[in-house]
Design a binder for this molecule. Structure first.
Ligand SMILES: [Zn+2]
Length: 69
């Protein structure tokens, strides 16, 4: 079995448009709440800065939302 060199592109995606970031060192990045996010373009970064929660929320799909008083 060959050891594939796949670990380098660990599947980092632009949280805004979903595009895969292939060259992290070139990408626009932003740190938010201790995590670093990468963007394909400054445009996406700006979008993210406007409503970061909107794009991050995709991550926690496990939680059920309950409305309580
Ligand atoms: Zn993008």
């Amino acid at each position: 079995m060959l050891n594939e060199v796949k670990t380098r592109s660990a599947g980092i995606n632009d949280p805004v448009c979903g595009m895969e970031i292939k060259e992290i060192f070139k990408a626009d990045k932003l740190e938010y709440k201790g995590k670093t996010y990468y963007f394909c373009s400054t445009l996406c970064k700006i979008q993210f800065e406007k409503e970061p929660e909107k794009y991050i929320k995709k991550d926690d799909g496990n939680e059920h939302h309950h409305h309580h008083h």
